[in-house]
Design a protein around this ligand. Structure first.
Ligand code: ADP
Ligand code: MG
Length: 398
């Protein structure tokens, strides 16, 4: 599923009201009955106006008609949810235009967007439950048992959790993108001008970058946190160029960490496993890519555990609960992320020894590949940030 903002400008304010009504109705109804949409939208033009908007929205795929034995109605599609989120970001003047897609995660779309002043930012759209690509049959069976509502619910939770942690980490001075806004299943953050570690074939001093990355793991731990997916895709490496007094140029590398929906507390029952996995992921990558082996063993969980909250360090693991997450929400999200990991492991197994970015860097399904052949998407996935920005503003946004 790809974000296509072309229809956005053609929606009238009544259409937005009706779309919002379908979203509201979805809270209690898997399929929102038409009379309920009419009631929630309360358009001045009356029922016929609502029906006109319903057709317009269904035509561009923002809502979908569902025929049930009991009653007919509509459900919000992922596209509809995307539009509502973008509409909110646009009304709050966070996003003015949408540009290229720079990343397709297994469970997200990453787009470059710009605000009114033209400043570029990143929009991350969570799509939990979108396990597709070279899927094995069991994934398809698993998908069948999931209804769209639970995908949306989980994607929303992922965005909320990621935003809460990004805020907390940013406030504590960690090198993370600046969190700018969150709406539904999306977040807006600053654009980091850097490549993922995965794309870096050589570094002047692997030992020093390794030490920085391990010390970030330890610093997170001292605040009660484990990243949980600390790999070469989720570490961006900034190159800071400087010139000394003699005119000699040097480059220092500065890691920036991203991707936080799966973060766990140092108190989690499986904390040690997650901690060790993060550490080993870095070790394995440095060995394979840079032929680097650290001289010291560890770091070890039991030592890191002793540093949690030491000297009055702020505990950040309580962040998520403090931001309104219930235990059930956390459990639901954790279960979904675990399922995703199991599927990912199955896929990665086959490509374990491939170290070439180009070969497995593109995770798109064939269907999506075809869609990208059209004029709007053809340049979207080449990783180059520059491109056309599609303005969002519509008559409905007054
Ligand atoms: P996922 O949860 O799907 O793994 P990520 O948050 O890790 O999503 O983002 C996927 C990719 O998008 C990253 O590997 C990175 O290349 C790019 N990316 C994400 N956020 C940013 C950002 N703020 N600035 C620059 N690139 C980013
Ligand atoms: Mg990632």
């Amino acid at each position: 599923m790809k974000l296509d903002t072309r229809a956005m400008r053609h929606l009238a304010s009544e259409d937005w009201r009706v779309l919002t009504a379908v979203e509201m109705g979805s809270k209690n109804h898997e399929i929102v009955p038409t009379p309920l949409i009419e009631k929630l939208a309360r358009l001045r033009g009356g029922v016929s106006g609502v029906h006109r908007s319903i057709s317009a929205l269904a035509k561009v795929g923002l809502i979908a008609r569902v025929k049930e034995a009991k009653y007919d109605g509509y459900r919000l599609t992922y596209g509809g949810l995307d539009y509502l989120a973008l509409h909110t970001h646009a009304s709050r003047k966070v996003v003015y235009s949408v540009g290229n897609r720079i990343g397709v995660g297994k469970e997200s779309d990453i787009m470059v967007v710009a605000d009114h002043s033209g400043k570029q930012c990143v929009l991350k759209i969570h799509r939990l439950g979108r396990i597709s690509f070279r899927t094995v049959k069991s994934n398809r069976d698993y998908l069948k048992n999931r209804n769209a509502q639970s995908w949306m619910y989980l994607s929303r939770l992922a965005a909320m959790k990621e935003y809460a942690f990004m805020n907390a980490l940013h406030e504590e001075g960690f090198p993370v993108p600046v969190p700018l806004a969150q709406s539904r299943h999306t977040i807006v953050m600053s654009l980091i001008d850097a490549f993922p570690l995965r794309q870096i074939s050589e570094v002047p001093d692997p030992a020093s970058l390794y030490a920085d990355l391990i010390s970030l793991i330890l610093r997170l731990a001292s605040h009660g946190l484990i990243h949980g997916d600390y790999n070469e895709f989720n570490i961006l490496v900034k190159e800071i160029k400087s010139t000394d007094e003699d005119g000699k140029e040097s480059v220092t590398l500065e890691p920036v960490i991203i991707d936080f929906p799966q973060m766990v507390s140092m108190e989690h029952v499986n904390a040690e496993m997650y901690f060790d996995r993060d550490v080993n992921c870095i070790k394995r990558f440095f060995l394979r890519r840079f032929h680097f082996t650290p001289t010291q063993p560890g770091p070890f969980f039991k030592d890191a555990k002793k540093t949690v909250g030491k000297g009055g360090l702020k505990r950040l693991d309580a962040t998520v609960e403090a931001s309104g997450f219930t235990k059930k929400m956390l459990k639901d999200l954790e279960a979904a992320i675990k399922e995703k990991e199991t599927v990912n492991e199955g896929q990665e197994g086959a490509e374990e020894d491939e170290d070439d970015y180009d070969e497995d860097g593109d995770e798109e399904s064939e269907e999506e590949e075809e869609e990208d052949g059209d004029d709007d998407g053809s340049e979207a996935d080449d990783g180059e940030g520059e491109g056309r920005q599609e303005a969002l503003l519509t008559g409905g946004l007054s």
